[in-house]
Design a protein around this ligand. Structure first.
Ligand SMILES: [Zn+2]
Ligand SMILES: [Zn+2]
Length: 283
């Protein structure tokens, strides 16, 4: 099993951190979790035809996790040659699929007139995530755990039934103890660390979003803490779950990466990776 962190950012646009998206490669099968801004280009950077990805799992329907969906769906099907796609996610994911049909009806029709078959676009399968969600994709058993965010959101666990390797993706969440139970014994926990200190050494000319270059006031921090976690909280979950490796993602602009790492290491003894776009992690 190999985990590729395609996008490790937040809703704030940055050139070096795309919106959230993670790819799992398991014995030739590619699973995509979330499809944030620039996901399609990130796949190309890893020499992956988006059409080669037939399973897309959404943790939740926030823009930074789904904005590339239409691009992924249509390009992967037409030029990408994909003739089968299954989309998994919370109930409101069906609205995204309906939007694809409605907004792009003529676009899709036109492409069919010029020769692309309807397979892979007219028949996208939707599997609704629930607390008891469990599916098997190839050799991988996938399960879901509801977490605490501003909308219905699921963490996913991937267990390779052939090798025993396992990966858990927290999704966007405040710290929740049940995630530690869900991630028990996993090799890798990918956990968000949206609450993190600002890097004071970033120079003014490198700052596009000045609001994020300054420490947050208490009110804003509290609002963020109601729906997101810090690196030390992620470390606590990783410790409690007994995972080998903690990968931190979903980072806001201009964060102090060294301190983020130390915060995680203050609560977790295992390997800590503060993710950059393009990082590959193996169990
Ligand atoms: Zn979110
Ligand atoms: Zn997010």
């Amino acid at each position: 099993m190999e985990v590729v962190l395609l996008g490790t950012g937040s809703p704030v646009p940055l050139l070096d951190r795309a919106g959230t998206s993670t790819m799992l490669n398991v014995d030739g099968e590619r699973l995509l979790v979330d499809c944030g801004p620039r996901t399609v280009y990130r796949l190309l950077e890893h020499e992956v035809n988006p059409g080669a990805v037939e399973h897309l799992l959404f943790t939740h329907q926030h823009m930074d996790h789904n904005a590339s969906f239409f691009h992924f769906a249509i390009a992967g099907w037409s030029v990408g040659g994909r003739d089968e796609l299954t989309v998994y996610g919370p109930e409101n994911t069906s609205r995204l699929l309906e939007a694809l049909e409605h907004v792009y009806e003529e676009d899709i029709e036109y492409r069919q007139q010029v020769g692309y078959s309807g397979e892979g676009i007219d028949d996208i399968e939707f599997v609704c995530a629930t607390p008891s969600f469990e599916v098997t994709i190839g050799d991988v058993r996938v399960s879901a755990c509801p977490v605490e965010h501003s909308i219905e959101t699921y963490a996913y666990r991937f267990d390779d039934t052939q090798t025993g390797a396992s990966v858990v993706i927290s999704a966007d969440t405040k710290q929740v103890q049940r995630l530690a139970d869900f991630a028990t014994g996993a090799d890798i926990l990918i956990h968000e660390a949206c609450i993190a200190p600002v890097d004071n050494s970033v120079s003014e000319e490198d700052v596009m979003w000045s609001e994020f270059a300054e420490p947050m006031n208490e009110g804003k921090r509290d609002r963020l803490a109601a729906v997101h976690a810090s690196a030390s909280e992620a470390g606590e979950i990783a410790s409690s779950a007994g995972v080998e490796t903690l990968v931190l993602n979903h980072l806001l602009p201009y964060r102090d990466i060294g301190t983020v790492r130390r915060q995680a290491e203050s609560t977790f003894d295992g390997r800590v990776v503060v993710a950059e776009d393009g990082d590959t992690v193996t169990p």
